[in-house]
Design a protein. Structure first.
Ligand SMILES: NC(=O)C1=CN([C@@H]2O[C@H](COP(=O)(O)OP(=O)(O)OC[C@H]3O[C@@H](n4cnc5c(N)ncnc54)[C@H](OP(=O)(O)O)[C@@H]3O)[C@@H](O)[C@H]2O)C=CC1
Ligand SMILES: O=C1CO[C@H](CO)[C@@H](O)[C@@H]1O
Length: 380
């Protein structure tokens, strides 16, 4: 008989794990079975707080609903070694993940790993290889990959009349860290998050660029840190440029010092697409984007730039509801776990490959930064 519920173990009582606690609750095919923290009291507090807002799943047994309270564990390995866990969600800082991803794979657990996946592409490859050898799935935590908006955007991109041929991808992801950010946030620490804003925010910009390009790798990239933290070791404001075959190009900006902005512009030779919230959609029951085909008419002294914009939307709650992108992420991953279908279908783009491609581009951008922004070439 096939299992119907994926039993998750959370490794690290991280802030983002609270959102994914709710995503598991909303998914309909998953349950958080255990939470491990370096300190068991933090795991207990995490379960307590999350349960208040979002009680753990109610199981219908013999018509008597029962609340299932996850186990609080004070040791990551102890969680990994349990037999009643199918998949782990690893939301530790980037530099600590490799060890636990490999340990989880060796214990036969499927792995949902936060982004950026690793410190180096070779580490990411080792982590993914360990999952392949163990026959378990590997996916990174990019939620927008699972939004119902993406297939619709792809349709807009393929419109020969209102979009044409893709020429340019421009993304921007920024927020302003608060007063304690530099001192206490993991994102400002070279030991914990060595890629800083490039790993934290640029990861999404790279991913959107790869998605828009149909997951072809750029042939060359160039990138520069504009500002840094932790004695120059952590990029905190970064600009990158990606060059693809056929003169397609992508540019991005990411920063811990700039206002909340999560915009993407995809430009063709007939029209362009704008997305104001490409990572975390604005609170709404719909996610939106615009297509634009403005025209410039010049007649002697009259110069008229005509606006032609159309708004589009798909019904999908921004977050925290059964149809939200992060809930789809958990549900999609769990479907593969339950069907044991983490194999790579011929011709399909596998989640692990997408994560590795993103990491390889990030690595090349860091190499470019070390070479003062020189163009660095990539091989597929
Ligand atoms: N996909 C997404 O939408 C998002 C992804 N992220 C990614 O998730 C990761 C975690 O981010 P966030 O939740 O904000 O981080 P937090 O600082 O809230 O959590 C990190 C967790 O790692 C564990 N940890 C283990 N060792 C250390 C250490 N030496 N120092 C600090 N923490 C340690 C801690 O768990 P414990 O003490 O319980 O063992 C801690 O709770 C980041 O890499 C980030 O990029 C973040 C937000 C959104
Ligand atoms: O992945 C993430 C999503 O957005 C956040 C900012 O708003 C990031 O800091 C985080 O790590």
């Amino acid at each position: 008989m096939t299992k119907k519920i994926c039993r998750w173990g959370f490794i690290g009582a991280a802030a983002i794990a609270r959102k994914n606690w709710k995503a598991v609750r909303m998914s309909g095919n998953s349950v958080v079975a255990a939470v491990a923290s370096r300190d068991v009291s933090r795991a207990e507090a995490f379960i307590h707080d999350c349960s208040l807002e979002c009680p753990p799943v109610i199981e219908q047994e013999d018509e008597h609903p029962t609340l299932t309270r996850p186990l609080a564990i004070g040791d990551y390995q102890e969680l990994i070694d349990r037999d009643d866990i199918d998949a782990v969600y690893i939301a530790l800082p980037t530099s600590l993940r490799k060890k636990w991803v490999i340990a989880a794979a060796k214990a036969g657990k499927h792995v949902l790993c936060e982004k950026p996946v690793a410190v180096h592409g070779d580490d990411a490859e080792e982590m993914i290889q360990a999952c392949r050898e163990a026959g378990v799935g590997f996916m990174d935590g990019v939620m927008f990959d699972h939004s119902a908006r993406l297939p619709e955007l792809r349709r807009s991109l393929k419109d020969p009349d209102r979009f044409g041929t893709l020429r340019r991808i421009q993304t921007h992801f920024s927020f302003c860290g608060d007063d304690s950010f530099d001192q206490s946030n993991i994102r400002a620490s070279a030991e914990l998050e060595p890629h800083g804003c490039l790993g934290d925010l640029g990861w999404y910009c790279i991913r959107m660029s790869l998605w828009a390009s149909g997951f072809q790798m750029p042939i060359a990239v160039a990138g520069r840190s504009i500002r840094t933290l932790d004695e120059g070791r952590v990029p905190s404001e970064f600009q990158g440029e990606l060059r693809f075959e056929g003169d397609l190009s992508a540019g991005f900006f990411c920063s811990f010092h700039c206002v909340n902005q999560q915009t993407a512009t995809l430009s063709g030779d007939r029209g362009y697409i704008t997305i104001d919230d490409f990572v975390l959609p604005f609170v709404d029951a719909e996610v939106k984007w615009q297509t634009n085909t403005h025209d410039l008419q010049i007649h002697n002294c009259r110069w008229n730039f005509g606006r032609h914009s159309t708004s589009h939307a798909v019904k999908e709650h921004a977050s925290g509801e059964p149809d939200s992108q992060e809930v789809r992420m958990i549900r999609n991953f769990a479907v593969d776990v339950l069907q044991n279908s983490h194999h790579i279908a011929p011709g399909s783009i596998h989640a692990a490959d997408v994560a590795l491609k993103t990491q390889r581009v990030l690595d090349a951008l860091r190499r470019s930064d070390a070479e003062f922004g020189a163009w660095v070439s990539l091989e597929e």
